[in-house]
Design a protein around this ligand. Structure first.
Ligand code: MG
Length: 308
């Protein structure tokens, strides 16, 4: 039963203090709890490496280097890691350290630079494809936008289908489904006041779409505008709250877009994920660092279909 009438204090287990777990990154992104390793990993995009924090020991270090600028990632239904690569301009799968491509083109044109990804309980892979990784030299390889847009795609690995499901968000970034998977949330991060190498734009909202027949997005609307800065990562908890990021904080929204509250973080925030042994820790990537926030809730997807 979805009940999103909580106050922030109901959702947090120990107040709004965040704990810094590791640092030294140039721009941290793409956190994911990997149950089989009892660890959270994240991308240091300009550093072209994946970092890992191991929960049992608290150790923090480099997991992989020369990773072709990975960004966001999620767990597949079998516990494998599904991740986005700016450098390879594709969505790929990592199993036991071996990386294989999943999808890299649409209608004969290469993707831009997939940014973040989520796997629906039917096994379809939904991802965003803005152009940061081909425009920002430090975050990939310079290149052209080949299909002429920045879309959200749905890929069905069973059939090979790749369909554009959202085409009206300027720079789609983080994405997540509601607990019943009938709503898709997409962050627009096209507001780029500090980046001269980004396309012009002022999008700084989380958008919501009705998911029809598990394969189309309709009735797009703005769920909430995010200030200061812009939303990047998006996750949804088991009660339907939408957890997203701004320049200064983690924001928690209700399904109607009203704000439950915000958790200040001392650096510009990029992304977040649920994890930890009980699934109730929120791991936050913010500029140079990885942080942990203790909560009382789990990821909606983890409750729907436990993975890994
Ligand atoms: Mg992102």
């Amino acid at each position: 039963m979805v009940d999103a009438r909580h106050e922030l204090e109901d959702l947090l287990a120990g107040g709004t203090a965040v704990e810094r777990l590791g640092g030294g990154m140039a721009w941290a992104e793409g956190p994911l709890w990997v149950p089989s390793r009892r660890a959270v990993r994240c991308s240091d995009i300009p550093g072209d490496r994946v970092m890992e924090w191991h929960e049992p020991t608290g150790s923090w270090g480099v997991l992989a280097e020369g990773v072709e600028f990975t960004n966001g990632r999620t767990l597949g239904l079998g516990g494998e890691v599904v991740q986005c690569s700016h450098g390879r301009r594709r969505v790929e799968v990592e199993r036991d350290g071996v990386v294989t491509g999943l999808v890299d083109s649409w209608r004969g044109h290469r993707l831009n630079s997939p940014n973040d990804v989520v796997v629906r309980s039917d096994g379809t892979v939904w991802f965003t494809d803005p152009s940061y990784g081909i425009h920002r030299a430090a975050e990939g390889h310079p290149g052209e936008e080949e299909y002429g847009g920045h879309h959200v795609f749905r890929h069905d690995p069973a059939t090979g289908e790749l369909d554009a499901v959202v085409t009206d968000v300027a720079m789609p970034n983080g994405l997540a489904f509601s607990p019943d998977q009938r709503v898709l949330y997409v962050a627009d991060s096209s507001r780029s006041p500090t980046r001269d190498d980004d396309p012009p734009g002022d999008g700084h909202a989380v958008h919501a779409y009705d998911v029809v027949d598990g394969r189309r997005c309709e009735r797009g609307r703005v769920l909430a505008e995010v200030d200061p800065g812009l939303p990047d990562g998006v996750r949804v908890d088991e009660h339907g709250h939408v957890w997203t990021t701004s320049a200064t904080a983690v924001l928690v929204l209700r399904p109607d877009g009203s704000e439950v509250g915000r958790v200040p973080v001392g650096e510009v925030v990029s992304n977040l994920c649920f994890g930890g042994g009980a699934g109730t820790d929120v791991f936050v990537t913010a500029s140079t660092s990885l942080y942990r926030l203790r909560t009382r809730v789990r990821d909606a997807a983890a409750v729907l279909a436990p993975r890994g």
